[in-house]
Structures are given as structure tokens and as C-alpha cells.
Design a protein around this ligand. Structure first.
Ligand SMILES: Nc1ncnc2c1ncn2[C@@H]1O[C@H](C[S@+](CC[C@H]([NH3+])C(=O)[O-])CC(=O)[O-])[C@@H](O)[C@H]1O
Length: 329
């Protein structure tokens, strides 16, 4: 593909997206999305020049190849750069939260083992084949690679954080996967057109002030018979319970509501979805989320009660997660 992902005169060049949207029949959204990207690029983030430089400093790699293996999203190839230098270049994109990745011989040990979540998605046996997929709040795009490998027609990831866009580009500049696009935009900037067969919203719902509006918004983005993969924190309670933390939840400031699974299902039914299946409840473990040299801020370990890991430091139930596979009624 003609992939103008980077050019020295205009380092954030999204012009290749017109071609991407045309190829994947997303052209109705093209004009509005390009306008939103243009506007975002006008309001340049202070760290952008540093991250752009860090991308430009990455070495050339011969025969680059990206593959998702059991324990990492793995970029292989041949480069002259020493391990020490390579590690330093990749450290410039810290903090690395989602992964883990392997970049040539360097293991990027991210805060989250996202492949554990991916395994829970695989356990639901969801069919991505030939689907047009949107991943809302995709972080650095860790799930875009395995979804593309499952032969999705195209995968669009959106996340407003410029750092995550650059972490994605660390791999895409070599992998040049023609079926993936990462838009550094928030959900609010995506036109409400029914363009997608499958929408993933993972780790996002509890950050939305109005979770029902989020579900209604997703419904507008789905084609008839479209499917939702909703992953979120829930209460371990079997009853109809809902937590609205007054202040923080597990150290996170912007958490609005955490429902029990039964409330979550009621929200889905109320907003016009029917539930196909859901995963078992899964307590987030310190194997799945922890501090590493690649993400040295506080992590789950510091946000659980030291004497009782069933509780957060604030005294709320510790995080459990569920994945619900639903479809439009
Ligand atoms: N308005 C917004 N629109 C879209 N994304 C947003 C917005 N605001 C924040 N985000 C993004 O939503 C993501 C939430 S993390 C889940 C990552 C991945 N999905 C995961 O399942 O590991 C939470 C977690 O770690 O669980 C972050 O990357 C935000 O930048």
C-alpha cells in the first residue's frame, strides 16, 4: 500500500487515510474524520516533537515481520543497532501500558498483559473474519494486531492519546499492515454512521460519565446485526448493584460507575442490544497488571488494600472484569 504514514516535511501525515477509507468502504466518514484529525494536529501537544523525533531515531530494519505469538506482539527482522541502543530508543516512548511487545531482541514488558484479555476474547470464539471492526479506546493498539490476524477486513483503532499513537507507529512503520488504521481521536469525534460490523469497547465504559449514552452511541456506529464486544470492570456481586465512587476507584480519578453484571446486562437490554454470551468474571491479578521497568508509575499493587486484596485502597471491591458479547436487537 502507499503508506505515507510519515514524511519529514509533515511528520503526521494522515493523507493515506483517504485511500484506506475508500478501500474499506468507509468513505462516508472520510471527510469528517480527516477534518477532526486536521483540527487535532493544529492543537499540537507539547511532547509531539520529542515523540516524532524518537520515531525518526528508530533504526532501519530489513525483512520486518510482525506476528502475534503466545507471549508477545512480536516484530522480527534484521538491524545493525546494538541491544543497548535499541532499548534506549524504545524507552523514549515510556510509559508502555498495553502489550507485551517484542521489538527484535528487546522485550517490552508492559504494565498490562493484554494477551491475557485477548485469550478471554478468543475463548468466546468471536468471528472477526471479513469484518469491519472499530476498537474504541484502543490504547497503543495492542488488540489491533491480533484482530487483523484473525482476518478482519479492516480494523480501526481510536484513542485520543498522542503517546499511544506513537507507540502504535513504532510497529506500524515497519509492519505496514494495510488493514489497520489508528486514529488519534476520541469517540466523540467519530461520525455516528453505521459503518462497522463489530465494535469493541474495552476498559472504557467506567470512564464514561454516561455509560448508557456510550452504549447508544456504539449502537449508531454498528450496521444492522452488528456486534459489540464490551469489556469492563464490574462488581463481583450477583445482585443488582451499582457503585458510583465519590472520589477515586483503585487510584483512578475518572471512574463514574461500576455495575454488577446483572445491571450491565440491563443497561445493554435498555439500549437495544441482546446478549449472546459473556465470559466468566475475572479478578484482575498482579500478574496481569503491574509495575515494570517500562511503566514505572504506580499500578494495581499500590491500589489494593495492603491487608485485604479483596478491596481497593479506597475500600471499594477490587476490580473484576467481564466481557459481554452482544448484538443489536
Ligand atoms: N473519549 C475517548 N474516546 C476513546 N478513547 C478514550 C477516550 N478517553 C480516553 N480514552 C482511552 O481509553 C483507554 C482506556 S484503557 C483501555 C485500553 C484497551 N482498550 C484495553 O482494554 O486494554 C483503560 C484500562 O486500562 O483498562 C485509554 O487508552 C484512553 O486513552
Amino acid at each position: 500500500m502507499t503508506n505515507q504514514l510519515m514524511s519529514p516535511s509533515n511528520p503526521i501525515d494522515f493523507t493515506y487515510l483517504s485511500d484506506f477509507f475508500n478501500r474499506h468502504r468507509l468513505n462516508h466518514a472520510s471527510r469528517l474524520i480527516l477534518a477532526a484529525l486536521h483540527e487535532k494536529c493544529q492543537r499540537q501537544h507539547g511532547d509531539l516533537p520529542r515523540w516524532q523525533q524518537a520515531l525518526n531515531d528508530l533504526p532501519s530494519i530489513n525483512q520486518a515481520w510482525l506476528k502475534v505469538t503466545d507471549n508477545a506482539i512480536n516484530l522480527t527482522g534484521a538491524s545493525q543497532t546494538s541491544t543497548t541502543e535499541l532499548r534506549e530508543k524504545l524507552m523514549a516512548f515510556k510509559p508502555w501500558r498495553k502489550g507485551p511487545f517484542r521489538f527484535l531482541e528487546i522485550d517490552i514488558d508492559t504494565e498490562w498483559d493484554s494477551l491475557a484479555k485477548w485469550q478471554r476474547i478468543l475463548d468466546l470464539d468471536i468471528d472477526f473474519n471479513n469484518k469491519t471492526v472499530l476498537d474504541i479506546g484502543c490504547g497503543n493498539g495492542a488488540f489491533l494486531w491480533p484482530i487483523a490476524e484473525k482476518k478482519a477486513k479492516c480494523v480501526v483503532g481510536i484513542d485520543p492519546m498522542w503517546l499511544f499513537y506513537h507507540q502504535f507507529m513504532v510497529f506500524q512503520r515497519y509492519a505496514k499492515c494495510p488493514s489497520i488504521a489508528f486514529l488519534p481521536l476520541g469517540i466523540e469525534q467519530i461520525p455516528t454512521l453505521a459503518l462497522f460490523d463489530t465494535v469493541l469497547s474495552m476498559g472504557v465504559l467506567y470512564h464514561r460519565k454516561s455509560p448508557l449514552d456510550h452504549l447508544l452511541h456504539i449502537k449508531q456506529l454498528l450496521k444492522p446485526n452488528g456486534e459489540l464486544i464490551l469489556e469492563t470492570i464490574v462488581l463481583p456481586d450477583r445482585q443488582n448493584t451499582l457503585l458510583t465512587p465519590k472520589d477515586r476507584y483503585a487510584g483512578m480519578r475518572n471512574v463514574w460507575m461500576i455495575p454488577s453484571v446483572s445491571v450491565l446486562i440491563d443497561w445493554l437490554l435498555k439500549t437495544g442490544f441482546s446478549v449472546i454470551q459473556h465470559s466468566p468474571l475475572c479478578k484482575t491479578t498482579l500478574d496481569e497488571q503491574r509495575q515494570t521497568p517500562w511503566m514505572d508509575f504506580y499500578s494495581l499493587n499500590q491500589f489494593l488494600d495492603k491487608h485485604n486484596d479483596a478491596l481497593t485502597v479506597e475500600g471499594h471491591p477490587a476490580p473484576y472484569r467481564v466481557i459481554i458479547h452482544a448484538k443489536i436487537d
